[in-house]
Structures are given as structure tokens and as C-alpha cells.
Design a protein around this ligand. Structure first.
Ligand SMILES: [Zn+2]
Length: 256
């Protein structure tokens, strides 16, 4: 059995100093591949560095909505050409924090990166917080043909249907294992096996039974387990489906 953590931040400060240890633990729990996701210049550079250093890691780079005011399109365009960069992300909208760039600014940077993905025939990894309706509307108007991943999905069944209709992949994080998140399990239950992905978003969103500790890519195993339990299917079946979907959307083959 092999598991692909499609969204993780080994490039982030809390994990950065012990990357070899985290990779070893991941291997022990069958988490054999991962996509390292950036959010600004510093973390994008680290994501590319890790992906080029380790055969089983890939880089997803872009400007997070919280960093929209620092968006550097020439830098991103250039970095996209580097080896092992498989997608643009995480990009999207975040209305949660008052100090975030304005909605107008976030929209502009989100749209520019969707268009850049389209031009480069790349998929996108999407962050949305308190902004499902606007995220949906922007994706509807600026769809990315090579794939759209809704990262750490936590919307209602209504929104699940809307994003599935657009052709999105739906990625579940440790939230799916939280007692107080029955709505997320409802969504996981209704997400078809050919559109579902698993991720950790480490160091955040640690799944049960490790909730409260620092998250790490190895715990994608527990996320997969929680989704499999919710769907009442064997873990190996869920792992295989998400493994194949991840390779398909990130356009990487099983050998590299
Ligand atoms: Zn993330």
C-alpha cells in the first residue's frame, strides 16, 4: 500500500530542520510520495529545493492569499520552469483574517495565477477560507483545464456538488477525523473515488489519534484511514484510488 500526501509543508519552519526524520517516519507509515506546497518566495524556493533533492517529493508553488500583496509573477513564471514543479498553489481566497490583503487584491492575484496555470498547462491547488462562494465564481469564470484541487475541503454537500461539477478534485485533511466535523465526513462519503485525494497540510490540522501534536506527512496514513472508515471501504482501496488520482492530477508517473 502506498499513500500520496498531496499537500504538505515540510518547507515550513516547524518541520524544515528535521526533513530526513519526517521522510523516514512517512515511509514507515506507507506515505511514499508528497507534494510540498509553497505560499511565498521563501517557501516556494524551499519547496523546489526539497523536490529536487528527493525523488519522491514534488513542488507546488504560488502565492497564498495572505501573501497576495507580495505577488511576484516574473519570479513565479521563472520558477515554474524548474524540474519537479508540478502545480501552482496554494492560491485562492482567505477572508478569515482582518489583516489579510483586501478581497479585491486577493481576487486579482488569484485570477492571475489561474491564468498562469492555464498558460503553462498545470493544475492548481486551492486554498479557500470563509470564501466558498467567491472562490467558486472565480473558478467558474477562469477554469484550469489541467486540474483543480480543493485543498482541505470543509464545505457543505451543496458546495461539494458545485466544485465537483466544475471538475475539481476534493482533498481531505485531518479535519475529516475530528469529532466535531460530521459535515466534512458527509462530504467525504459523497465524494466519488475518482475525484478524492488525501493530505496532511502539516504542520497544521493534525488528525486523530495524534490531534494536539505537531502534524507531519506520515499522518496522511491516519487521514486515509479516517476517509476509508467513513466510506466503509478497505484502507488499501482508498489508498490506491487517491494514489492514482494524485499521479493523474499532478501529471507525474509512477516511476519518478
Ligand atoms: Zn497548506
Amino acid at each position: 500500500m502506498k499513500i500520496f500526501d498531496t499537500h504538505t509543508h515540510l518547507n515550513d519552519d516547524p518541520l524544515w530542520d528535521q526533513v530526513p526524520d519526517y521522510l523516514q517516519t512517512a515511509e514507515q507509515l506507507s506515505v511514499d510520495k508528497m507534494a510540498i506546497v509553497g505560499s511565498n518566495q521563501k517557501f516556494n524556493q524551499r519547496a523546489v529545493q526539497l523536490a529536487q533533492q528527493y525523488a519522491n517529493l514534488y513542488a507546488v508553488i504560488g502565492w497564498h492569499p495572505e501573501d497576495a500583496d507580495a505577488y511576484d509573477e516574473p519570479a513565479l513564471s521563472e520558477q515554474l520552469q524548474q524540474k519537479k514543479v508540478v502545480a501552482i498553489g496554494e492560491i485562492g481566497l482567505d477572508y478569515h483574517w482582518e489583516q489579510n490583503p483586501s478581497a479585491k487584491e486577493q481576487h486579482a492575484v488569484f485570477i492571475q495565477q489561474l491564468e498562469l496555470a492555464q498558460q503553462n498547462s498545470m493544475p492548481v491547488n486551492i486554498h479557500t477560507r470563509d470564501a466558498l462562494a467567491d472562490t467558486y465564481e472565480i473558478l467558474r469564470q477562469h477554469p484550469v483545464a489541467h486540474g483543480m484541487i480543493m485543498h482541505s475541503f470543509n464545505g457543505s454537500l451543496y458546495w461539494l456538488d458545485k466544485f465537483l461539477e466544475l471538475g475539481c478534485y476534493i482533498s481531505y485533511s485531518g479535519v475529516v477525523s475530528f469529532k466535531n466535523a460530521p459535515e466534512v465526513r458527509q462530504a467525504a462519503l459523497q465524494t466519488p473515488l475518482d475525484r478524492i485525494l488525501v493530505e496532511t497540510d502539516a504542520p497544521y490540522l493534525t488528525p486523530e489519534p495524534h490531534r494536539g501534536e505537531k502534524n507531519q506527512p506520515a499522518y496522511a496514513h491516519y487521514v486515509a484511514q479516517a476517509v476509508a472508515q467513513t466510506k466503509n471501504i478497505p484502507l488499501a482501496t482508498l489508498a490506491q484510488a487517491t494514489w492514482e488520482n494524485a499521479h493523474k492530477v499532478y501529471q507525474v508517473n509512477d516511476k519518478n
